[in-house]
Design a protein. Structure first.
Length: 462
């Protein structure tokens, strides 16, 4: 038989679900000497989400922002098991996780259940569509690497079809109308990147079509980017105006059809607009496995927007054995990479302390069996049992808005300041270059940026 789990029965089993921001930050810092660590995730890599919209327009190569998770785990002191599978059920009472290999190729065994002593639950979220008709069928998304690749293909297909001989002007205008839904940072960044692609590349490669291209950003709330300061919202709106990106605020998408979107305008009238491509960036909602887990502890898990956790990231109602972090949780923190990665690093520290606590407790048991004095050990145990709550330190918010401009709400020495423009764009690039997962990613991304500067974006439709 293949590898058996757990591999060292004397150590506690820690199952980590996910290979995103929260899980990898935990794995980077955790001391593996005290635990059997098993990582389960349907994708065997980490995805650097902040640069995903750049992949969608061909500025970056998809591989440049991915890093296989084994790259991280193989450097750990003790073996870490990595399993490419999707967790389908967590039993918080029996303390087991069931997972399936849902990939195209499966062996004779493709589903199993493993026990855990501790669970690090970091499965992220999926895109919220509010059940709006046609979104799943006709829109592109911007969450996973495949989404960026699908968007790029779709977008280029619209451009090539618009160039087909004999196409009417109305049809050209429809094919070249790109609608982005959601004025949060994802929607803003996608619109900005799309604009750059049109401006820098399509104008010179498809001059006959470029005048017909139109980008519209639709947002249901009265303003875009509610998490940014007012002056940066104004700056983004004026930059979009200069870039000829229409912003429709107070406007709700009611349906997405094959060739149009149905909008409810601020005055409640309904308008059907022809489109070539719709990109849906409508926010987050919990995954099915999370909803299922919450339903097993109904008294403690009442918030439908995600797992409720305490100050130590313990899932409410789960007797301290399940820790949850990142986008799958609902807390006072925003669902951002910054929060998830700080939570992962915090949990790695908590696990060192738990290991220390367990070591002292077993020393006490041995000492007591040998009738030795345990006063000092008891004091050490009391200290080790005091877990500090998670404390989030906000470093600021950054977003790219197109035309080589970015916006940043920064916190420096506890002072907040807002900045936007080309210098902020250079800061945005250097900040993300330095936070990329590995040196390999940094070299690849820098190389992609240089390639685009020299030769333009890649227009091949794979
Ligand atoms: P994720 O990073 O989404 O990881 C979830 C992991 O769980 C994945 O590996 C997934 O494959 C795995 N998984 C899914 N289902 C299962 C299952 N059933 N069983 C096991 N594993 C499962 N935040 C910022 O702070 N700054 C930014 O600039 C920024 N830019 C962004 C740009 C885009 C386009 C997007 C979409 C998001 C951006 N975010 C940004 C938000 C940030 O990406 C998320 O907050 C962050 O990814 C949350 O981390 P996480 O670990 O909770 O989830
Ligand atoms: P979001 O929740 O921030 O924004 C989604 C927007 O879509 C909302 O403003 C909502 O009103 C709108 N919307 C939903 N349904 C609609 C409809 N039918 N019609 C019109 N508008 C509709 O989602 P996001 O932008 O994907 O961001 C998710 C999280 O990731 C946030 O916490 C964000 O801060 C983070 N993020 C950060 C960055 C960054 O810092 N640069 C980039 C991307 C995402």
């Amino acid at each position: 038989p293949g590898p058996q789990l757990p591999f060292d029965p004397t150590k506690k089993n820690v199952v980590v679900l996910g290979s995103g921001w929260g899980a990898t930050s935990f794995l980077k810092s955790v001391d593996t000497s005290d635990y059997n660590i098993i990582v389960v995730s349907p994708r065997n890599f980490f995805l650097f989400t902040p640069l995903l919209p750049s992949v969608a327009v061909g500025t970056l190569n998809p591989k440049s922002i991915l890093q296989p998770i084994r790259y991280l785990t193989r450097h750990k002191e003790r073996q870490v098991t990595v399993i490419e599978a999707e967790a389908t059920a967590v039993d918080p009472i029996k303390k087991t996780v069931t997972f399936h290999d849902d990939s195209e190729v499966q062996g004779e065994v493709s589903a199993t259940t493993v026990p855990f002593d501790y669970l690090i639950y970091a499965v992220g979220a999926e895109t919220q569509t509010f059940g709006i008709p046609g979104v799943k069928e006709h829109a592109c998304f911007m969450k996973e690497i495949q989404d960026a690749e699908i968007m790029k293909r779709r977008f280029m297909d619209c451009v090539e079809s618009a160039g087909f001989p004999g196409q009417s002007e109305t049809e050209i205008k429809r094919l070249l109308h790109m609608v982005v839904v959601g004025g949060g940072p994802t929607g803003i960044e996608v619109s900005g990147e799309l604009h750059d692609f049109l401006e820098d590349d399509l104008k010179s490669w498809y001059p006959e079509l470029s005048d017909n291209i139109k980008i519209t950003l639709v947002e249901a709330l009265p303003s875009v980017l509610p998490m940014f300061s007012k002056e940066l919202i104004n700056y983004t709106e004026s930059t979009f105006k200069e870039s000829k990106i229409d912003i429709l605020t107070g406007t709700m998408v009611k349906e997405v059809k094959d060739k149009s979107v149905v909008l409810q305008m601020p005055d409640k009238t309904i308008s059907e607009v022809p489109v070539g491509m719709v990109v849906w960036a409508g926010g987050n909602k919990p995954r099915n496995v999370t909803v299922d887990l919450m339903s097993k502890l109904p008294d403690a898990q009442k918030n439908k927007r995600g797992l409720s956790i305490d100050d130590h990231l313990r899932m409410a109602g789960a007797d301290g054995t399940i820790f949850a972090l990142g986008d799958c949780t609902f807390s006072s923190y925003a669902p951002t990479a910054q929060v998830a990665s700080q939570q992962g690093a915090y949990l790695a520290r908590v696990f060192s302390q738990i290991a220390k606590r367990d070591r002292i407790a077993s020393e006490i048991a041995t000492a007591q069996a040998e009738n030795r004095d345990v006063t000092t050990l008891q004091k050490q145990l009391e200290k080790a049992e005091k877990l500090r709550p998670f404390h989030y330190s906000h470093q600021g918010s950054l977003a790219y808005i197109g035309s080589e401009k970015a916006i940043a709400d920064l916190v420096v020495f506890n002072q907040k300041f807002a900045t936007g423009g080309v210098a902020t764009f250079l800061f945005w690039r250097s900040a993300y270059l330095s936070t990329l997962f590995s040196l390999r990613n940094r070299v690849l991304v820098a190389n992609d940026w240089l390639k685009v500067k020299l030769f333009g974006r890649d227009l091949a439709r794979e």
